[in-house]
Design a protein around this ligand. Sequence first.
Ligand code: IVH
Length: 700
Amino acid sequence: MSRKTPRDPATLAVDKLNIFEAEPELARLSAELARHDVLYHQKDAPEISDAVYDALKRRHEALARRFPSLVRADGPQSRVGAAPAAGFAKHRHAVPMLSLDNAFSDDDVREFIERIRRFLGLAESEPLAFSAEPKIDGLSISLRYERGRFVRGATRGDGEEGEDVTANLRTIADVPRALKGRHWPDVVELRGEIYMSRADFDALNDQRRRDDEPVFANPRNAAAGSVRQLDPSVTAGRPLRFFGYAWGEVSARDWATHTDFLARLRHWGVPTNSATEACVGVDALLAYYARIQAERPRLAYDIDGVVYKVDRLDWQDRLGFVSRSPRWAIAHKFPAEQARTRLKAIGIQVGRTGALTPVAELEPITVGGVVVGRATLHNEDEIERKDVRVGDMVIVQRAGDVIPQILGIVPEERPRNARRFVFPQVCPVCGSNAVRGEGEVVRRCTGGLTCPAQATERLKHFVSRGAFDIEGLGDKHIDAFFTDRLIERPGDIFRLHKRAAAIAGREGWGEKSVERLLASIEARRSIALDRFIFALGIRQVGEATAKLLARHYLSLESWRQAMQAAAKDPDGEAARALENIHQIGPSVAKDIRDFFAETHNRDTIADLARELDVQDAARPRASGSPIAGKTVVFTGGLETLTRQEAKARAEALGANVAGSVSKRTDYVIAGSDAGSKLTKARELGLTILTEQEWLALIGT
Ligand code: IVH
């Protein structure tokens, strides 16, 4: 059938469009959504309501599902910071929200200070001042002020991307709508903790009991739950408070110390914690810790430790960060809370790498404000060492967010018939032999991916938050889809659209929820290399290591080839290069090689590579850096920098710092008394720089 006048695709329902009309319509929607994303997220000047935006987005998704061949990898489904159809809009932090390293003992604190002194090369006599503050147990939040007015507030999320909860934060009296005084930078992001006082928490729970509503486990959960309400009027009814203690993006920073910054906050009308103190030296810090710990029961709010921050910002700047936390701050945690309860049974969990982990099933007990029903027993040696038996009265410990642990037993309360626990020698899930490698504490199932527990745990890891982060594909869905063979290996997730009908017929699934799931899967078809690497679930390769690998190898193809070469020849160049990456080391390198030595793992990657668009890694902080991508080696003593500082700075500029010289080394920086590395560099004819030449090269 021919038509005289072409139809306007924008006026037609999705199911009425043919592929020729769909193509320009998809492009139009894509461009529209991109424009509104910028207006909303970057310019704070939306032109359309959320509902209209959602309708555009739904139309785009529906069209993309009907004509998958037309979907472009850079379409709105792959953009970060685009508003999701429901819930909160995602917000990408201009400056990441980091976490803190922990100290659990006085010695940890001493080491922390020593590390700083070494890094900065401070003389013994040089005083080192800290700001010491209570560590509030709440929800960290970032508040953006432009020309003194509050314009945006977001949760921490994964540190890179949180949720936009602006409307809810506007209901909190402690969050000023406008900064007081003058002299605020044009743009300043204030960071701190939203919390609920203990008294307010008790009153809220009393009310909820009266209203027959579920109570909150502790003030932190109550605060977090209240901030993440879709209806701001609910948040408005919750007694939330705020303390400021840090900053993110700032257009001009004119404070020289952390103490100055806190004074500035107070001047602007932002609450700060009055228990903050300046402390010089380790003894002062430890005395502060003891004092706050003694006051803890009488404080109006929950805290889980104290935080020490180097006061001078020029030193903070030099110290910089190690992966996710600053070198210039540490959280000194209070000892974990403990309680006693009865051990009902010992179960065995099989993890994604086959590790058999004993889990204690407990009579539920409240520890530090949270009901605990299970706790880890670590491994078989631990059970043996503590002689833990089913029926025992056990001591349970919980610290922060870590999994509760069994510390030991109460021997006097052991039932007479309690028997020693016999650790299984076969996998309780697949029946394969479970073995312990030489010198290893962990017993592992040898079933590999034939073991359903390993296969499903790997899939769960694959879709988890730091990995592919596929919304709507939770643990129970993975278990069910695996049982019914809809998803057996990671690549199957991206072929699930071909089985849409089979899913829609299942219990709990309607057409709408299947559509939503498929859309969130499609949104992840394009993925950053570091997330991809992390998702594979290689032993010891967490998010930070995955980032290192991505930054080093840059593309999936070059990483894959290098790892295969390293697996084939553990003494070859590729294996040495892998081990030489700063912070990787022999043990992690071996786990990576072992992973690549297995055919099924190589197949999994090849299968995924066909389904996905894995984006090359960029070096954001290193753009324009003269040493980005270069391999450098330091040798001999440096004069103006400590070795550690030199290394950290080179890495921040995108260089790879290696421990030994090879023909792949781009620069050797030779300080005083450089020895064999310098000789070798000369033999290889490498570029050798003095410290001054190096500093000139990197522009300092
Ligand atoms: S400073 C880059 N100061 O602790 C450092 N954090 O474990 C930013 N927290 O995510 C954090 N009280 O939610 C800092 N006085 C305090 C704090 C504090 C509580 C929380 C915060 C952070 C977490 C890190």
